[in-house]
Design a protein around this ligand. Structure first.
Ligand SMILES: C[S@@+](CC[C@H](N)C(=O)[O-])C[C@H]1O[C@@H](n2cnc3c(N)ncnc32)[C@H](O)[C@@H]1O
Length: 427
């Protein structure tokens, strides 16, 4: 049921990665967002400026928070220009201020996003120049106002971007490995895996430490943007510094203890060095333990442990080597992680087959532009019977495989599509 907007409320759109829409919707709901609607790679919702501050500071899976201000239809360039010109930009933008326009265009009418953004800029600048004999300066360097220009066919939405640089730039990363996972994806995987923070956490191929740092921030309830300084909304006319300070202080007071271990390991000394630098920079050195070891040589922490890892995708390795590596990962899961749940994210679907274990869930997510599968492997302890019983007791939605006593394997029933459906919108 949708509720009426109060005078200080407005509609917002939080952008995210494909596959993380449900997680982001839940994060926003927990912050008090109303009339939440899941879209493709985004979630729209109602709220006030306080919620806008909170969404920017706290959502682990948002890329940016937009405030749509103007929607219209345009069937050609002239209509785009004329409509943009009509809006009262002088209320928002100082004629001696700075501005940038970020286009997202998916249209058979407007085929060049840069051109559409130039037309929009011309209309805004022409209007302001006519009124004040001066026009704002276009810049991408810390502008006063960032406009998001979204065109889908002939539907144009112009939004204020309250965030600026993508929220995956958490500001804890000082060094990068060869293929770091996006911070938003890392945080999303931890939530997709349903980690209750009542167990240890382990990444045996931790690279630069992104998954470990996101896990630690979640475990200790450290706000997602605790280390970040810049948010575009701090330049908005209605920005309230006392309110923003209060939101941050209240959230920071919620940082709590965590009684379990967070461990990472990697075969590469260079990767461990980089991970340590990032962990130190995030002041998490007392909370995360690192080991330089190959996956097959490293034991996980003792006790209940959630394992999430992101093996190499194969672009930089020989095919045989990558298949061997994934086979080794499967053997290690089976031999070393009995009684635990391990999740693996990869875009290398050929190599994935070499893990040799049946995942009990597979979720499609994107890491930047790469389509990936995030697979869950449950390693049971004890007899086959115990395995079967465990399996029988699962949520029917998760019971995607049938247990075969002879092969001691879970098998995929014929014709079952394991790819979960995600809500599509008309974006
Ligand atoms: C895709 S990267 C992980 C990136 C990481 N998630 C990050 O955000 O930086 C894969 C990592 O697996 C490591 N690796 C490759 N073979 C390994 C093995 N046999 N045992 C442990 N780590 C291995 C590589 O050194 C690399 O750091």
């Amino acid at each position: 049921m949708s509720t009426e907007l109060k005078s200080n409320e407005f509609r917002m759109v939080a952008k995210t990665m494909f596959g993380l829409e449900d997680i982001l919707a839940k994060e926003l709901e927990d912050l008090g967002a109303k009339n939440i609607e899941k879209l493709k790679r985004a979630v729209s919702f109602d709220g006030d400026m306080v919620l806008l501050y909170k969404a920017n500071y706290l959502c682990r899976t948002a890329i940016s928070i937009l405030k749509p201000i103007y929607t219209f239809e345009a069937n050609n360039e002239k209509e785009l220009y004329d409509n943009v010109y009509t809006y009262k930009w002088e209320k928002l933008i100082n004629s001696d201020g700075t501005l940038s326009i970020e286009p997202v265009v998916n249209s058979t009418i407007f085929t060049h996003s840069l051109y559409a953004s130039q037309k929009t800029k011309d209309a805004i600048c022409d209007r302001l120049r006519k009124m004040f004999s001066q026009r704002p300066t276009m810049t991408r360097e810390n502008p006063d106002i960032i406009l998001n220009l979204h065109i889908y066919e002939n539907k144009v939405t112009i939004s204020l971007d309250s965030t600026g640089e993508s929220l995956h730039k958490r500001n804890y990363r000082v060094a990068t490995g060869p293929a770091p996972i996006n911070e938003i994806v890392a945080a999303g995987l931890i939530k997709l895996a349903g980690w209750d923070r009542e167990s240890n956490f382990f990444d045996p191929m931790c690279g630069s430490g992104t998954i470990l740092i996101e896990a630690a921030m979640y475990a200790y309830n450290i706000p997602a943007q605790y280390y970040r300084k810049n948010f575009a909304f701090t330049k908005w006319p209605e920005f309230s510094m006392p309110e923003w300070k209060r939101i941050r202080e209240d959230a920071d007071k919620e940082i709590c203890d965590f009684d379990y271990e967070i461990w990472g390991s990697d075969i590469s000394g260079q990767a461990i060095k980089i991970a340590q630098e990032n962990i130190d920079n995030a002041k998490l050195h007392k909370d995360i333990s690192l080991f330089r070891n190959a996956i097959e040589d490293q034991n996980p922490p003792e006790g209940k442990t959630l394992i999430i890892t992101n093996p190499p995708y194969g672009e930089r390795l020989d095919v045989d080597d990558i298949f061997d590596l994934y086979a080794l990962i499967g053997t290690t899961f089976k031999n070393k992680y009995a009684g635990s749940t391990a999740w693996l994210i990869t875009s290398d679907f050929d190599a994935l087959k070499y893990v040799g274990l049946r995942p009990t869930r597979r979720i499609v997510v994107f890491n930047s532009n790469l389509e990936c599968k995030f697979c869950k492997y449950e390693m049971y302890e004890g007899s086959k019977k115990a395995k079967k019983n465990n399996y029988d007791n699962q949520d029917p939605n998760e019971a995607l495989y049938e247990y075969n006593e002879q092969s001691d394997e879970f098998e995929e029933p014929d014709g079952l599509d394991l790819t979960p459906d995600f809500e599509e919108d008309n974006d």
